[in-house]
Design a protein around this ligand. Sequence first.
Ligand SMILES: [Mn+2]
Length: 355
Amino acid sequence: MSRTECLIDACGLRNEQGIIIHKPSNVFYLSGYSGEGLLLLSGSMIAIVTDFRYVEQAQRQAPDYEVHQISAGESYAQIAAALIRRTGILSVYYEDDYVTVKDGKQLQDFLGDIRLWPLDARPEKLREIKDAGEVALIEKACSISSEAFNWILCQIRPGMTEKQIQRMLNFRMLELGADGAAFDTIVASGPNGSLPHAVPSDREVRKGDMITLDFGAKVGGYCSDMTRTVAFGQPDSQMRDIYSIVLSAQIACQEALAPGKVCRDVDAIARQIIGEAGHAEHFGHGLGHAVGIDIHENPRLSPTCGDTLQPGHVVTVEPGIYVPGLGGVRIENSCLVTDVGARSLVGAARELVIL
Ligand SMILES: [Mn+2]
């Protein structure tokens, strides 16, 4: 079954029902098309509505789809609604968690008495289980980011700024074959390390800093995600202790990944190890998240997620400890859940590297 057919099946779509897809990551997952526009799906029609800039791209990337081009002054929603009305569809599923109130109202106006129903994130549910081709792309993205990490370790010198290191990492990933960075690369040195999502600054790195690098590559539309904290010169004993706590939490949680495990139970392992070491209040984010076309997908390894891990899930395991005024440590691998357990797709070593 094609992905489109799987979605139609998951919705139990009847003849008089259709689906309209706005979210770019869902458009790409279902059709392979990566430009702007909308997808229309029904039992009798699979179509892309786009504009002049993307018509040829849509035809190339999604050869099974009819491609409809809007004219000047028309909106995607207007043409989508006209196509839907022509097919005799009476109700349409749409992404209630993505379409803005304004766009939703406009779409409803164009549709007249055709009703809109929430799609309830069914495409995202399908996207949770990665097929072999998707795993291969994520694995390639992970190996590019691992290799870029091993390279940057040999490049860091005193006086380099966080922004410089960020640029070099991004450039290296591109040289190694990435289509781009999966998200804004984080480089956080010294006391900036206590900010889990620090924005790289003009701060110059110096001996005695710990440096956190959180980054990923994008390959064929799929993301990798990894974090390493390295020591630039000998770290003080407090940071060394923090590193070993985070490392033992990361190892324990990664080893615990297996089909049938409940996400919040894996998160709890990290929270217990870090809490027993006296750092409960310094670990305020979830243990991890799924990764795929989007950098953050479901399921989440968080205290509230009751989902069960299944073969084909790719999730990050990224415990961290952040102490304001001192610094922080985070260690993150992206891991594939297999039939028997899990394996990291990130090859770089996790043990403390002292530069
Ligand atoms: Mn992550």
